[in-house]
Design a protein around this ligand. Structure first.
Ligand code: GLC
Length: 553
């Protein structure tokens, strides 16, 4: 069977975190006009699809992932007219725009929730999950993904409501027919505007196990997979969104996939399923997370990463599709996590670029990766903004951890690492704002910024451009099969993509030289991130792409 051709397989996604991308008003918060002013940067880079994180009305408890009106743009980002202009400007440059759809939960300030909490017998009551307490405490032992109980007591009706995330993000009850109809209306509204699809936030969690039994599991990764995600009606609900609305539009849907694993992925993305086009699976993103989650780190290796990529590719084969990415707004900067953001920042950022642009799947580049932006190490916890940090901090300090130790965990794993403002140039606040940014700019902005990258030779930006252009002309990188090739050294990652041609990617993901033990007589070196005339030896973090020459050439 051949892989079906689709535009969303061939194109490349760029993720914008609007708060931190470009401010146009001086209020320190990125906005829609700011994005418009930077579209040429994305076009120039070679991007096709732009995913913007939520810009709807929101009290911003979780930076827009708590929506209080799905039909309004938050004034801090601009107006609906600004949005319409953005969509036009994206389309006129030949790019596409997808929105973030957050429908596992709403804000507690959404009018549905305000009505729902008012009395036990109002028509909105069953839009959310309300339960009486048990033995003077919450209905069960579920923990919120952001720390503390997943149930919040509400005095008005003397019951608890469920919130898998913060208490200002009550979970929506998809069992309600009326709620599902509201969902279809929201989806239709945005698709009618002409957007090109959705990224669906924590979509595997929308169907709950209604018995709400206590969980015995103490490994949080397993809790997510077996208790919070993959509920009994999840496929029915996703399929209904497709049948009721989405199938009538030429758009893409990509689901964020906590709890989706190789063994169940085809249920979500199998081409015969009419559910999602593809997913951002999180398996490699959860590497290094211990039983308590991201602030409970455990070691991991590149072997683990490679095994995950191979396992996923084997599971999907020609029957489904995934996205390939190494960071997003929820995880640390990829060059800091998987590369070497000190001595080999440029080389390792380029190597990771070649990796995400040549594995099988739709690449997604998070803002700032194209210039090798790094994690930030603020000295004071007060400089952080993420609600997750503050919720979890309380738990950890209560358990006896010192503030300094907690701060160092935040340095490595916190989400604000990727939420500091985009570094455009060496002027104040990296050219992000004329005012005071909502979160400080990474102090390294004077050396790491777009303007500088664009002037340099052998830049990270230039390498992204080169590989993105190459990918457009070599469809084997889209549709070809993937197979890892075993190597003598654990520090090399070698794989081939085979389609109309054979492409071999060789990555030295180490700080040491590595011998290339491969016969390259019939190969043409098409891409390389280092100026290294000695083909027999790979320099630290050197990345190459070889093409097998045709017999006749
Ligand atoms: C997803 C989002 C994350 C958000 C959470 C709750 O994981 O990516 O940023 O906090 O859902 O909506």
């Amino acid at each position: 069977m051949a892989v079906t051709k689709k535009w969303w397989k061939e194109e490349v996604i760029y993720q914008i975190y609007p708060r931190s991308f470009q401010d146009s008003t001086g209020d320190g918060i990125g906005d829609i006009q700011g994005i418009i002013s930077r579209l040429d940067h994305l076009k120039d880079l070679g991007i096709d699809i732009i995913w913007i994180c939520p810009i709807y009305m929101s009290p911003n408890d979780d930076n827009g992932y708590d929506i209080s009106d799905y039909y309004e743009i938050h004034p801090e980002f601009g107006t609906m007219a600004d949005f319409d202009q953005l969509l036009d400007e994206v389309h006129s440059r030949g790019m596409r725009l997808i929105m973030d759809l957050v429908l596992n939960h709403s804000s507690d300030e959404h009018e549905w929730f305000e009505k729902s909490r008012a009395s036990k017998d109002n028509p909105y009551r069953d839009y959310y999950f309300w339960k009486p307490g048990k033995n003077g405490g919450p209905p069960n032992n579920f923990n919120s993904i952001f720390g503390g109980s997943a149930w919040e007591y509400d005095e008005i009706t003397d019951e608890y409501y469920l919130h898998l995330f913060t208490k200002k993000q009550p979970d929506l009850n998809w069992e309600s027919d009326a709620l599902r109809n509201e969902v279809y209306k929201i989806i239709r509204y945005w698709l009618e505007k002409g957007i090109d699809g959705f990224r669906m936030d924590v979509i595997p969690c929308i169907s709950k196990r209604l018995e709400f039994a206590d969980t015995e599991l103490d490994d949080f990764n397993r809790v997510i997979e077996e208790v919070y995600a993959n509920g009994p009606r999840v496929h029915e609900f996703i399929n209904a969104m497709y049948e009721q609305v989405i199938k009538n539009y030429d758009v893409m849907t990509v689901g964020e996939g906590p709890g989706i694993k190789p063994h169940n992925c085809l249920l979500y993305i199998g081409e015969d399923r009419n559910e999602l086009d593809f997913v951002f699976h999180l398996e490699h993103m959860f590497l290094g997370h211990g039983p308590l989650g991201k602030f409970d780190p455990i070691p991991f290796s590149w072997r683990d990463i490679k095994d995950i990529f191979q396992r996923w590719d084997d599971a999907i084969g020609e029957s489904g599709w995934i996205s390939i990415f190494l960071d997003n707004h929820d995880f640390p900067r990829m060059v800091s996590r998987f590369g070497n953001d000190q001595e080999y920042r440029v080389e390792s950022a380029q190597l990771l670029a070649l990796l995400i642009l040549t594995l099988r799947g739709t690449p997604c580049i998070y803002q700032g990766s194209e210039i090798g932006m790094t994690n930030v190490h603020f000295d004071k916890i007060e400089d952080y903004r993420d609600i997750e940090v503050f919720n979890v901090q309380k738990e950890y300090l209560d358990r006896g951890m010192s503030p300094a130790e907690f701060l160092s965990l935040v340095h490595d794993n916190g989400r604000d690492n990727v939420r500091t403002p985009m570094q455009w140039d060496a002027s104040a606040h990296g050219g992000f704002t004329n005012g005071t940014p909502w979160i400080n700019v990474n102090p390294n902005y004077s050396t790491i910024n777009v303007a500088r990258e664009r002037e340099k030779s052998n830049s990270i930006f230039g390498f992204y451009q080169e590989v993105l252009q190459y990918r457009k002309h070599h469809k084997t990188l889209v549709y070809g099969t993937y197979q890892e090739i075993s190597t003598a050294s654990d520090d090399l990652y070698v794989y081939q993509r085979v389609g109309e041609e054979t492409l071999i990617i060789v990555l030295n993901h180490s700080n040491n030289q590595q011998k290339l033990e491969m016969d390259i007589t019939d190969m043409h070196l098409d891409l390389q991130n280092r100026d290294n005339p000695n083909e027999a030896v790979l320099q630290p973090w050197e990345a190459r792409l070889y093409r097998k020459k045709h017999k006749s050439s």
